[in-house]
Design a protein around this ligand. Sequence first.
Ligand code: GRG
Length: 284
Amino acid sequence: MSELTAIFADFYGAKSLVAPLNESIQYSIKAGGKRIRPILLLETLQGFGIDILEEHLKVAATVELIHTSSLIHDDLPAMDNDDFRRGKPTNHKIFGEAQAILAGDALLLDPYLLLANVALAPSIVVSLVKELALASGSYGMVAGQVLDMAGENQALTFAQLKQIHALKTGKMLTFPFVAAGIIAEQSDEVISQLRHLGETVGQAFQIRDDILDVTATFAEIGKTPGKDEVADKSTYVKLLGLAGAKAELAENLDSAENILQKISEKATFTSENVLKQIERLRID
Ligand code: GRG
């Protein structure tokens, strides 16, 4: 995603920026994330027949920046207390806790400056601001993180686990699909199908994350495996067993593909490349 890297370089390239803050931000945005959220947004937009412009890349950048801010905060000693992320020492291990908190704060707020300067119709920009805030704050990811922490050392039900991840992981994976629908000026009905698609992909994404926590190596996931077990967290693997979690992942991905098919029937939409991204989430 070199186009996205160029957007970040431009935004964080101003000489007037405060050096230690900028250094810690750059460390995390260049650490090698998979960029799945921006990729989904851009592939969905292209599916609607829209050529990607710099303005679209800026919108795609916003969700990646907020996602990165959440990883920095999630890794802090007060939260998951991780030493490694994306195969590198976590932000606070390099820059200290206070700086890491502030880098996370800036990465949470800067996207709104990026969005405010996007040259798209004002009504589209306002809708995107609303969706980004809904996905990330008290109605989304932060609320999910609070529930996730409260659920440690407790035996959660499957319904509780799904609710936590719908908020914590699902909302940020829903934004790309809904944002693409907004930019492509799709009907409320199609946007609602896109939201359902994002929620389903979001559940699948978290199930996959839980599976990889027990099956993958450090080299594969870039963070310490087995942490969920140590933290005594309720996970899809803990509740359903490894085979059950894999079946649940497959079921969610099948549902996502069905929703994608329905969107192709409702709108002028080429689903092939989004389908490829969803297929990449499968685990045998
Ligand atoms: C400061 C916005 C903000 C939030 C604070 C800490 C917190 C609240 C929320 C944590 C949210 C969180 C870490 C959710 C996990 C989602 C998840 C499965 C992340 C892994 O995403 P990948 O695989 O990671 O896309 P890469 O490294 O590829 O970007």
